[in-house]
Design a protein around this ligand. Structure first.
Ligand SMILES: [Zn+2]
Length: 243
């Protein structure tokens, strides 16, 4: 047994170095210890962010509703889907929204793959630039799991990692708009960053409808508290340093 444990120790050490930074996934830990990574911004502002698009079945509904509510947001998109839906991606930017990098595909980082992280993050940032003519600033890894490899890849691509301070748990089966609103606003403070999804690509089928339907009440709640709702670019965060 001792021999087996000793043989496995280096493997465990590699795995720990890979995944320990991902403890920032824990929302309370993150909010307390890494407020800027969590997306804590200026106190009179709420950053509204959507993950997992673009998705032609759902994203256009969000664009219309955000127009109606006079709100601009940040969409963390997947490079593979930007390449598949370039016109929709351009359309999102033209309607005043900010686009940011969520990865190339929606993969889970079970094992360290720093080379793949570097290639895919740079590729996703590149396809966004080629499609919209704008360089993205922000990076949010799938599932919010920021491994050391993904952190390094984001920095190399000139992106700043931003997670969230409040989520709507809008990916769950049978979720309702009221539940999304209650969950988001329960712990929301001025300067918060809200995570919702404009696609059910990695969520329960049709769950995006609850996020969409929650938007009017969410915006009303924020405005009643004296907060302006907008994209991360207006949230008072420092953009990444670039050469
Ligand atoms: Zn995602």
């Amino acid at each position: 047994m001792r021999t087996t444990a000793a043989a496995l120790a280096p493997v465990a050490a590699v795995a720990a170095a890979h995944i320990v930074p991902a403890a920032t996934w824990l929302p309370r830990f993150r909010a307390l210890c890494f407020p800027r990574l969590a997306g804590a911004g200026r106190p009179d502002h709420i950053a509204l962010t959507f993950d997992d698009g673009p998705d032609p079945a759902c994203t256009p509904h969000f664009l219309d509703e955000l127009d109606r509510l006079a709100v601009r947001a940040t969409f963390f998109v997947l490079g593979e889907r930007v390449a598949r839906y370039p016109e929709l991606t351009r359309h999102m930017a033209e309607r005043g929204h900010e686009l940011a990098v969520h990865g190339w595909t929606h993969s889970r980082p079970w094992l360290p793959a720093p080379g793949r992280d570097l290639r895919e993050t740079a590729r996703a940032a590149g396809v966004l630039y080629d499609t919209t003519g704008r360089r993205p600033y922000w990076y949010r890894p799938p599932y919010g799991i920021l491994t050391s490899g993904r952190w390094a890849a984001a920095r190399r691509a000139g992106l700043r990692p931003v997670l969230w301070t409040a989520w709507g748990r809008d990916w769950t089966p049978d979720v309702t708009a009221a539940a999304v609103h209650t969950t988001v606003t329960a712990g929301l403070r001025g300067g918060g960053t809200v995570l919702l999804h404009d696609s059910d690509h990695a969520s329960s089928p049709g769950s995006w409808r609850a996020a969409l339907a929650a938007l009017p009440a969410l915006i009303t709640t924020c405005r009643a508290a004296g907060w302006t709702v907008g994209p991360l670019s207006e949230h008072g965060l420092h953009p990444p340093r670039r050469a």
